[in-house]
Write a protein that binds this ligand. Structure first.
Ligand code: AHR
Length: 677
């Protein structure tokens, strides 16, 4: 009788396994047993010989990571839990997201001003003038509505200056049906700019609520940085991150977090490149700029997409620390996006960019006595963030990149030889740009080269052995962006299907098998908001209150949480006519277990004969986690978030020579223990 393993060992925490209906579980698990009997009658499809006596390359503990970019409302409207859109009235259309709250008599006026601002970095503010006959004010629509939960407390805050009269301010959360969900009041308002706040306790929730800010009583009031956060954020930090989304990342146990992108690092133009120094400090001091994904895709315009940088570099480092991941910041190298303007900083003007990189290392690692280490300490983190990796440029190519990379590398290595630098091989995994980048980066003795690939599932299946013959002596590989595309790269019709996930899993077996060359890998992009995305497929989908992991998410989880420490050589012999089959084996140094990962992307079961060479006995029972579906087009959704999810059970009848059948459309992780002496 199979049992579900504790999900904290292999399977996603707090979600699938135990919460799935029993029938669904036994269907998934039982399928393998039934097929096993049928297939064995004709002999195994595949013979796997795991050489337990020959330990191979160590696997980088930070091998499987995540790639975060503010795309698809990834930061504002996503991970950053701020619910007010355009809180500082800095959008080029300063009232975008805001509307006047109409009442029976139009007893007031709103205007946008910038004289004597609350903060000069974000100078615009809203002036409300009212005759006080009825409450008068504005309403904010949030990011496709505001996700308000029942029986929760929200922090409403705002910078206020009263220039006439002695009015009060009321903040009201209103559901899509017009019902009041909760409210708060600010009284005794100042004549000079002052940040004021109040708590709002909700009596009901709504994923599409709005916030009304109303002036009560006659007067003139200036408002800026109008903000609403749930008190329940990740680690309950005020003004923090959405707890459910960070939890999804934490559950992956990512070895690293790459941030902040992606093309967002580059900007369409250099003026809107990502500048880390402008993303730390008080929220009102972080100058808002356009998000490059705002108007990138004509078929998916997002005119209200800007970067408030409320989620800035300090928060990124802090999140990495929280979830036990290596921080991997990527910095602009003096080049704007080569798919857009291709603007270049002349080589003789590159120093400020290089200085930004040097300062970032000091910010992350320097003692509090240094200028930038002191900034970090002043922000609340005296201990260093232990930065070890730094990316120079995002997805760059051509001689212009390579000469800029060389300048960065020279300066960074001179001062910080211990920092491993990530360089770029361009947007394609096999074109001329890629080849010439690799050849020059080899010459430059680069540490780690970032390869990108968005392609059809077939590409991933056909390239699972891509690294088997890679140069062992040159730079290491970071497979920094990859995802199987069900239709075509950039197509809005791409889906996160099981077929795509299994193709990625097959490819990842090749990454793990070649862990001596491939140091790190991350799927891209990470997050997408179902009402505000520009790019699909994505690893995790959310709306204002819900989130689910795609089949690709669970593939990442299975690899990351069953990483193993050392690769074991595995010989695979496939019987003629058998379905395609992909596998890799490693050993868990702490438990001594062999971890076999196997991917069967076909419609047929694959019967396997598994030999463990070098072991005369095993523990009779092992553990197994299987992620399988009924067809290649299976997907998860808000309605069925765990349709495709890993399920754990006990693996019976394990010996040094045993049989196992791998179900159709599946990825399996088998853990085989040593015999007890
Ligand atoms: O992941 C989406 C985009 O794809 C990234 O921003 C960019 O690096 C790549 O072209």
């Amino acid at each position: 009788m199979k049992t579900i393993l504790s999900p904290t060992i292999h399977a996603p925490s707090g979600t699938p396994g135990s919460s799935l209906p029993k029938l669904a579980r036994s269907l998934v698990l039982g399928l393998g047993c039934f097929c096993c009997a049928v297939a064995q009658a004709g002999g195994p499809d595949v013979q796997l010989t795991i050489h337990a006596e020959q330990s191979g390359s160590p696997i980088n503990p930070a091998m499987w990571g995540v790639f975060f970019e503010d795309i698809n409302l990834g930061a504002d409207g996503g991970l950053y839990a701020e619910l007010v859109k355009n809180r500082s009235f800095e959008f080029p259309e300063p009232l975008m997201g805001w509307s006047k709250v109409a009442s029976g008599t139009d007893g007031g006026r709103i205007e946008i001003l910038d004289a004597s601002p609350f903060n000069s970095e974000n100078p615009h503010y809203l002036r409300i003038s009212t005759d006080g006959v009825v409450p008068f004010g504005v309403s904010n629509e949030g990011f496709r509505g505001m996700g308000i939960r029942p029986d929760e407390t929200y922090d409403f805050s705002v910078a206020i200056r009263v220039t006439s009269g002695s009015p009060e301010l009321v903040a009201r959360l209103i559901g899509a049906d017009g019902k009041l969900l909760g409210s708060g009041r600010l009284t005794k308002l100042n004549a000079d700019w002052k940040k004021c706040s109040t708590r709002i306790r909700t009596v009901a929730g709504d994923p599409k609520a709005v916030l009304q800010v109303l002036v009560v009583g006659q007067g003139v009031v200036d408002l800026d940085m109008v903000s609403l956060f749930p008190q329940h954020t990740w680690k309950n930090r005020p003004g923090g991150l959405r707890a459910d989304l960070v939890q999804m990342l934490a559950d992956l146990k990512p070895g690293f977090v790459r941030f902040p992108g992606g093309c967002i690092v580059e900007g369409r133009y250099l003026t809107n490149r990502y500048e880390w120094k402008k993303t730390i400090g008080l929220p009102e001091e972080r100058k808002l700029i356009i998000n490059r994904w705002n108007n990138e895709f004509k078929h998916r315009p997002t005119p209200d997409y800007y970067q408030s940088f409320g989620l800035g570099f300090y928060e990124f480092f802090q999140m990495c620390e929280d979830i036990g991941s290596e921080p991997l910041p990527i910095l602009n190298c003096g080049m704007a996006c080569q798919f857009n303007s291709s603007e270049l900083v002349p080589l003789d003007q590159l120093d400020p960019y290089i200085q930004d990189a040097l300062d970032l290392i000091e910010f992350a690692n320097g003692p509090a006595s240094t200028a930038w280490g002191g900034r970090r300490a002043a922000l609340g983190h005296p201990a260093p963030f232990r930065l070890k990796l730094l990316g120079v440029g995002n997805e760059q190519w051509g001689p212009q990149y390579l000469e800029r990379y060389a300048r960065f590398a020279q300066a960074l290595k001179e001062k910080y030889p211990e920092i491993q630098l990530i360089s770029s091989a361009g947007p394609s995994p096999a074109d001329d740009r890629f080849r010439s980048a690799w050849s020059k980066l080899r010459e430059l003795n680069a540490d780690i080269v970032d390869e990108h690939c968005y392609d059809a599932p077939a590409w991933f299946l056909n390239n699972a052995s891509r690294y088997d013959n890679y140069d062992r002596k040159g730079p290491k590989v970071f497979m920094g962006e990859y995802a199987a595309q069900s239709v075509a790269t950039g197509s809005p019709n791409n889906r996160n299907t099981l077929e795509c996930a299994l193709a990625e899993a097959a490819y990842m077996t090749g990454l793990e098998r070649n862990a001596d060359v491939v140091r790190m890998a991350s799927y891209a992009p990470l997050f997408a908001h179902s009402d505000g995305w520009q790019w699909t497929p994505d690893l995790i989908w959310c709306d204002n209150t819900r989130v689910y992991g795609t089949p690709s998410y669970y593939v990442q989880m299975l690899f990351s949480r069953n990483r193993g420490d050392v690769v074991l050589r595995t010989d695979v012999a496939t019987a003629p006519g058998s379905p395609r089959f992909f596998s890799t084996a490693s050993v868990d140094a702490m438990t001594g277990e062999i971890i076999l990962k196997a991917v069967n992307p076909s419609a047929n079961p694959v019967s396997g004969a598994i030999d463990i060479s070098g072991w005369s006995a095993t523990a009779p029972r092992g553990r197994i986690v299987v992620m399988a579906g009924s067809g290649p087009q299976d997907e998860n959704s808000f309605a069925s978030p765990y349709r495709i999810t890993p399920l754990g059970s006990t693996l019976q009848g394990v010996t040094p020579h045993f049989h196992h059948t791998f179900p159709p459309y599946s990825m399996s992780v088998l853990r085989i223990g040593t015999a007890k002496r």
